[in-house]
Design a protein around this ligand. Sequence first.
Ligand code: BG6
Length: 290
Amino acid sequence: MSTSAGGKVELLNGISGLPLIKLRTQWSEAEVYLHGAHVTGFQKHDEEPLLFLSKESRFAEGQAIRGGVPVIFPWFGPKEGKAQHGFARVTTWELKETATAPEGAVSARLELPKCPEMTSFQPCKVQFIVTVGAALAMELAVTNESPREMFAFENCLHSYFEISDISAISIKGLKGAEYQDKTDGFVRRTEERDKIKISSEVDRVYLNTTQAVEILDPGFGRKIVVEKEASLSTVVWNPWTEKARQMADFGDEEYKRMVCVESGNVGENQIQLPPGETSRLRVTISSTRV
Ligand code: BG6
């Protein structure tokens, strides 16, 4: 489709014939499905994949892809009578534009179409911009198009990271943050640890967190850094053994190779967007050898 300084963007048929954007740069490669505006892969040329994608994932209309970066909007978690985590991740988005920067990064801009779920919602415009270079940068931009009404919604970029082994990694950057433990009736606790280790099911919403989070992975000799803007919540999730077995689109042993560190605004951090304004959730994921 377009090229510059080694940067290339192509629109192809992906798994099950679903439309797929491939972005290639001098540093990295990425894949984005129009289904869910879902980044399913990002890999630097000399590294293991950065994003985990389940071998059991479905690639089908109406079903969420398991892995990569699901775009969660306009609600997070369950909602009575509706699909968990909102409709954005199971809607086919429109590719509006691709661009190449002179220094070699490439980007794609997608828009959520006015699907029935959208039109029954408050009037809004929702765009997702993925920029691929040495890092993966994503922006979810929501504009409240109502002339009068506030727009209350949740959003989240639900990143699944590929790791060497869950027992080897630690997560840094959340010390002192208050969290709700979803595995224990949403009880509120304060994170005491500088480095979080995972050895059982973890499902926590860390509130009022703005700082970067690091995933230290000595097995891969890699540090992943998740930086964010306009995000107050960080969700850390690993299903562990029992939940892994219950999920039809996830391998029984795959919990060992993934961890989710999600950036967004959920629960009491949900966004209240005034008429005419735009909220821009930005997440940049980079990695270095350690
Ligand atoms: C996390 C939630 O963000 O997503 C978990 O905190 C949930 O509670 C997980 O289990 C996966 O959700 P889903 O709908 O993709 O299976």
